[in-house]
Design a protein around this ligand. Structure first.
Ligand SMILES: Cc1ncc(COP(=O)(O)O)c(C=O)c1O
Length: 374
């Protein structure tokens, strides 16, 4: 699901979509919404140089149709990165996708049974939407299910890492119930300390679909991610990929390979992690100052903080009030697998200029006073 922000909608998907677009189109709104990377980190100059190099050296290959599994060189880059994290796999296992979102859909369509899908109490809306559209019954992550959807590296919206105990417990359930796992690692690389965990696919390659993305660490506009399906389901995944869109964008793949072969990406990731960690610290200080009625856990990475309160107000009603006060956020209802009686919200620090964070949180606090005074 696009958590992106385009102004002037012709058609709105739902009430949240309408509010998100309204906030994006309103001048002066300090927005903690969206889960977007900080655009000031986009390596525009390096990507420009990479594009020029691709078009001058290998334009025909980059502009021609390619294979559904994606460009060999990009698959090799992805495989190398997974090997560095402890997963013994080679490039032939990788399918390049149009972002992690398509990888989730491909995994879901290839998995043999999907009547029951286990998710965290709060999860990524694009995945929840896909599971609901497939008419799956959503269950808690501790329960028996056909399919388990987890974000072990850095979760969205909580910004937490799965503990060793949680990982072991999950794999035990998968083995016991002969289920499958979608390991969504879209936020891997944003972990503040910079160290990535061994992916689950390294422990159970026959039952784990591993998913990654360049959206959070580089830029979502390229629309490039990947899927490592269990070997037994690789053919089915590839057929579905071909049926859906033939292949991921070939020019973007060539551009990305060229960029990754320069030595800018590691430095960019380091700079990004330091920037996001600083902003997260600022946001936590402002939450403590202005929103004492909300509880939260400090994030270990990612772009957001998840806030829970005992207030019984609707998060979309609060969002409408916040937009009137000049601030925006993501309502908690978007992330909840089940109806949530208490008010919860997600605040993203990633795109807000550091200097605006405190004022933005103060505006949300004012909006809370507006709705609770009614
Ligand atoms: C957990 C998670 N998975 C997948 C995605 C989709 O990412 P992509 O841009 O790679 O499709 C997002 C985007 O917000 C996300 O938060």
């Amino acid at each position: 699901m696009a958590e992106s922000h385009a102004a002037a909608p012709a058609v709105c998907l739902d009430s949240h979509d309408r509010l998100a677009r309204l906030a994006a189109a309103s001048a002066g709104v300090i927005s903690f919404a969206g889960g977007l990377p900080d655009p000031s980190l986009f390596p525009k100059r390096e990507l420009g140089a990479a594009l020029e190099a691709v078009l001058s050296r290998q334009a025909n290959a980059a502009l021609q149709y390619g294979w559904p599994e994606g460009a060999e060189e990009l698959r090799e880059e992805v495989a190398q990165r997974l090997r560095a994290r402890g997963a013994a796999l080679d490039a032939t296992r990788i399918v390049i996708t149009s972002g992690a979102q398509q990888a989730i859909l491909l995994a879901l369509s290839a998995v043999p049974r999907k009547g029951t899908v286990a998710v965290d109490a709060e999860s990524y809306p694009g995945a929840l939407d896909a599971f609901r559209a497939a008419r799956a019954e959503l269950r808690g992550i501790e329960e028996r299910a056909d399919l388990y959807y987890v974000m072990p590296s850095v979760s969205n919206p909580r910004g937490q890492r799965m503990s060793e105990q949680e990982r072991t417990g999950l794999l035990e359930r998968v083995r016991k119930y002969r289920g499958y796992v979608i390991e969504d690692d879209a936020y891997d690389g944003t972990f503040f300390s910079g160290t990535s965990e061994r992916p689950l696919v390294a422990q159970m390659p026959e039952r784990v679909f591993q998913i990654g993305s360049f959206s959070k660490t580089l830029c979502p506009g390229l629309r490039l991610g990947w899927l490592v399906p269990p070997p037994r389901l690789a053919r089915s995944v590839l057929r579905k990929k071909r049926n859906q869109d033939l292949q991921a964008n070939g020019l973007a793949q060539a551009l990305l390979v060229e960029y990754l072969r320069g030595d800018h990406f590691d430095a960019l990731q380091q700079r990004a992690r330091a920037r996001y960690r600083r902003k997260a610290g600022k946001l936590m200080a402002s939450i403590r100052r202005h929103l004492p009625e909300f509880a939260f856990q400090a994030p270990v990475g990612g772009f957001s903080i998840w806030l829970e309160s005992q207030l019984e107000h609707d998060s979309e009603e609060l969002l409408a009030a916040a937009i009137r006060r000049g601030a925006a956020f993501d309502p908690g209802s978007m992330f909840s697998a089940r109806p949530r009686p208490k008010l919860a919200i997600r605040l993203c620090y990633s795109t807000v200029p550091a200097a605006d964070i405190d004022e933005g949180v103060a505006r949300i606090a004012q909006a809370i006073r507006d709705v609770t005074a009614k």
